[in-house]
Ligand binder design. Structure first.
Ligand code: CMC
Length: 430
């Protein structure tokens, strides 16, 4: 905390607000004592201008289109690291050396199995269940096997829970998919690396040997890294909110998954591909008509995969994904007509005054679905892939919150607009 302050004039009084500065980015005015000392609260719908915490994990400069994790650029991490390496960086603050990475990877591999009882839990869902519902329910459900590890104030238990979550999430995700197509669950194979193991459980069968294509594994590795963390987004803020009540890590992460599922957040990747498919299939749903609908104030439709609360410039992840989409489709010898439609839609939107004036650019979800599909994933699994990627970010934020002595239970205020106090009217007089 610095000695600087800003002055707010309210009710004829000068109120000093301490200024908090981080290493990069906008400074913050500390309004924490405003209500207790001056009887006034602040209003900020969607927390668009409110820092909920200090954080040393991720930095985003939305005007410059910059994203770093623990100081490293997302492009460097996506080019040079494995997803587990980036997970380690997010959780422990530094990139691991060889020995630390071996230990971390081995530890994760030791926990990939789910308790056998959990199989019956998967069986109970209808075949049509959305895999995001299964993912969050199963995350909560597996917590019941590890109640001895629930205490947020026990660092060893927290680390063990983090390892279990990261290790088991691909198994849960793959089994949610197997459930939806009526195939037998495939057990993890621990001589495979993290991403390969996930692809093996997703696309393998117990009756045959499954070879994992290294091009697909590398592509998925990059995609998971690009989703690994993103500051105080809706799901991460949810994980922190829930965790601030001292709820255990599993419960907090399950809540974050539910927040991610929404179409304005991680659910957008499924919506984007459905929108592009509609344009490809329906002659009335042209690029022009989609843009016209997106601009129409009377139509709730939004151009999915466009716009971002923080980026007022090209989302750096979308930039990497756009190049990567071509690379993956060329290498996989796959041809997806929606890639061309996506490009046309992007070009048209970036020249349209409505989108230009509002600084609406493609976000991470615009191109990711095209790549996920080229890798063989069905659209209903796209948000699940986002969740596997975001998991280390959720855990790192939860851990940072728990370890911060300034953390309090999250409990915003409100401006009450209901009826003033009034006399009760008995039932027979109403
Ligand atoms: N299509 C049409 N208009 C849009 C869009 C869009 N995709 N996004 C924002 N706008 C308009 C919005 O109507 C508003 O216009 P006006 O000023 O005339 O009222 C203006 O742009 C500002 O938008 P906002 O809703 O105030 O911005 P926000 O920061 O509250 O919302 C957002 C951010 C991501 C929810 C929003 O841009 C959106 O709904 N995008 C589509 C869904 C999407 O792609 N979500 C993925 C986000 S990135 C990854 C993730 O978080 O999971």
């Amino acid at each position: 905390m610095s000695d600087e302050s800003a002055t707010l004039k309210y009710n004829g009084q000068d109120i000093d607000l301490p200024i908090e500065r981080g290493t990069m980015g906008a400074p913050g005015l500390d309004i924490g004592a405003l209500r207790s000392q001056h009887g006034v609260v602040t209003v900020d719908y969607g927390f668009a201008n409110t820092a909920n915490t200090e954080s040393g994990i991720t930095f985003i400069d939305g005007n410059e289109g910059l994203l770093t994790h623990r100081g490293y650029s997302i492009a460097d991490l996506a080019t040079h690291c494995t997803f587990l390496e980036v997970s380690y960086l997010l959780l422990f603050g530094e990139l691991p050396n060889t020995e630390q990475l071996d230990k971390w990877t081995t530890n994760i591999k030791m926990h990939t199995l789910l308790n056998e009882e959990i199989k019956r839990f998967f069986d109970a869902f209808p075949r049509s269940a959305h895999p995001m519902a299964i993912l969050s329910s199963a995350t909560n459900a597996i917590s019941t096997f590890y109640e001895a590890y629930h205490s947020p104030s026990d660092p060893e238990a927290v680390e063990q829970s983090a390892v279990r979550l990261i290790a088991k999430m691909p198994t849960i995700a793959a089994w949610a998919y197997k459930k939806s197509i009526g195939q037998p669950y495939v057990y993890p194979k621990n001589d495979l690396e993290y991403v390969e193991n996930f692809l093996y459980m997703m696309f393998g069968l117990p009756v045959e040997e499954k070879k994992i294509d290294p091009v697909i594994a590398r592509a998925l590795n990059v995609l998971l890294i690009l989703h690994a963390d993103h500051g105080q987004n809706c799901s991460t803020a949810t994980v922190r909110f829930v965790g601030s009540s001292q709820a255990n890590l599993f419960a907090s992460v399950a809540a974050g998954m539910n927040a991610l599922w929404g179409p304005l957040h991680g659910g957008a990747n499924q919506e984007v591909i459905e929108m592009l498919d509609r344009i490809a299939a329906d002659p009335d749903a042209t690029v022009e008509s989609m843009l016209a609908r997106a601009k129409d104030r009377n139509d709730p439709f939004r151009l999915m995969g466009f716009g971002h609360r923080v980026y007022k410039n090209y989302d750096p992840r979308a930039k990497l994904l756009k190049e990567f989409a071509h690379e993956v489709l060329d290498r996989a010898d796959a041809n997806d007509p929606v890639l061309d439609i996506a490009r046309q839609l992007e070009e048209a939107a970036l020249e349209d005054p409505y989108f230009v004036e509002r600084n609406l650019y493609p976000n991470v979800d615009f191109y990711s679905g095209i790549i996920f599909r080229a890798l063989g994933f069905p659209p209903r699994m796209f948000t699940v892939l986002f969740a596997i990627g975001r998991l280390p970010g959720w855990i790192a934020n939860w851990k940072e919150m728990i370890e911060d002595p300034r953390t309090k239970i999250a409990r915003p205020r409100q401006i009450y607009t209901g009826p003033p106090s009034r006399a009760f009217v008995p039932l027979d007089e109403r």
